[in-house]
Ligand binder design. Sequence first.
Ligand code: MN
Length: 424
Amino acid sequence: MPVNNNSKSFINVNKGSDFPIQNIPFGIFKSKNNSKPRAGTAIGDFILDLSVLQESSLFSDPLINGKSVFSKEHLNDFMALGNTICNQTRKDIQELLEENNPVLRDNENLRLDCLIPVSETEMCMPVDIGDYTDFYSSKQHATNVGIMFRGKENALMPNWLHIPVAYHGRASSVVLSGTEIVRPKGQTKADDAEMPAFGPTKLLDFELEMGFFVGTGNKLGEPINVNNAGENIFGMVLVNDWSARDIQKWEYVPLGPFLAKNFATSISPWIVTLDALEQFKTKREEQIPEVLPYLKNTGDWLYDINLEVKIITKNSEESFTISRSNSKYLYWDICQQLAHHSVSGCNMRTGDLLASGTISGPDKSSYGSLLELTWRGSEPLKFSNGEERKFLQDGDTLIITGYCEKDGVRIGFGEVSGKILPAV
Ligand code: MN
């Protein structure tokens, strides 16, 4: 029986959990009793070991049963099978976990082998990321930054409404949630200084973003069509694109961000599939001026995902919420981003990470960076314990969470967090 919004698992899932039977995200984990990284899914407070199910031939596809895609240390081989097989496999897992299905429920030995309490596990990097690209797809964010750097008259660059603007980032420094972030050093130049100075960034910031992984790519010279691009996208994660604003300001003209961004980008460990997010699709605002034909798509590819940013300062045990945003505020959707990225003929590959850019909503409480929340440091955030922040300090921990909710179904992403360590 296919799983629907009313289905339950025989595993108890608390109300408010990010991981009910309707989610079934994919990730890589290791456990206390088995230090080998392997594929799993999250169900309530358990991880289901997919490498065990693959050995037991419990899936419907012969490319998975008895094969090794789920015993690899990354999900790339699974993702490369394409969304038809990946989606069917996710449905197989849902049916195995369904409360009326005895196959796993009543097989105690198998259950003990493949269901592991989260407390006995550790998440690992889910994907071997070949390339990482970061877009700039929130109109509110681009407008805010434009006002700060160029004034109200020239806030949006003339190309912004025509091109999903992006830069090629650095895949080697994409790290998993929980990884500590060392404050970067670099060149900065104060407006009134004659010469640049070298040292730790004084303006360390976060960027609230979502990212998606390419499941199947395209051949060099054969662009992905905007109306088929969803078939090439495996799923989504939360992203924090850490940024050093003073380094950025001095280096970004003429070729864009470089060292201000390449020291770390953090992602959440569970990849939530587009299939799981299907019912949370939402209408995109009408794009005026009209976009060029290669970017014009039918169907909705923005998602109603609630996003929240919290900080735990070095002097506090409690967390303070500093922003509430939503991925529906993006101007360019994921299919437009992927179509634009490949329209030159650029070949996208399994495991490539494409992030949205900072997602800022219409008002100040929904801005996705400290640069905007404190308006370049001119309006510090004040917390209930009396502390203030313009930018991140050593010892601060930044946490981003995200979830969708509709008709009693909640599908979450977990979190992406990182603590700031002093410069070396
Ligand atoms: Mn960014």
